[in-house]
Design a protein around this ligand. Structure first.
Ligand code: SF4
Ligand code: SF4
Length: 158
């Protein structure tokens, strides 16, 4: 994410990370890391895996994630994002999830940014996005005029 060179299996990509403020490093609530990711970061910084875990990761509902910091563009961003260049400062040691993202030829965030810049007629605007996920249950409700598909979700989560 926010890397300067795109390397994936796609024959062609329709986004340019060099021209993006790094939505992917910023809008998600978490960037998950596994043991291998932590070992890679530990090696990169010349510290033990335990030290790397403590310094660079946090617990997010039982999952190990990279720490986030306040950002100049978005509410928060990954601690490893250079907030001026919008590039990754640990590019060669970045986690697996960052290496594969978005894993397809289009990036929805890049498309949205392009769309809004054209809509607003301003090549400097950055749409503010915050993405979160909630479980929604699909049910079939029986109404007088027949069954209808309805969606239920926890009121508290809205
Ligand atoms: S949001 Fe998309 S275009 Fe922007 S840095 Fe991430 S992968 Fe690249
Ligand atoms: S490690 Fe690098 S690519 Fe991954 S979220 Fe952080 S700044 Fe972005």
């Amino acid at each position: 994410m926010a890397e300067k060179v795109i390397k994936d299996d796609q024959p062609r990509v329709y986004f340019d990370c060099n021209k993006c403020p790094a939505f992917c490093c910023s809008v998600y609530e978490r960037v998950g890391v596994n043991k291998r990711d932590i070992n890679r970061l530990a090696k990169h910084f010349g510290v033990s895996p335990e030290e790397a875990t403590q310094r660079y990761t946090a617990d997010y509902e039982g999952e190990r994630v990279l720490k986030k910091v306040k950002d100049v563009i978005f509410e928060k961003t990954c601690e490893f994002l250079d907030q001026k260049t919008r590039g990754c400062t640990v590019y060669h040691a970045r986690p697996t999830v960052c290496r594969s993202y978005p894993n397809r030829s289009r990036c929805a965030y890049y498309d949205l940014m392009r769309f809004e810049r054209i809509q607003q007629g301003d090549e400097s605007v950055v749409p503010q996005i915050k993405i979160t996920f909630h479980e929604v249950e699909e049910e079939t409700a029986d109404y007088a005029d027949g069954p209808e598909r309805v969606y239920e979700w926890d009121e508290k989560e809205r």
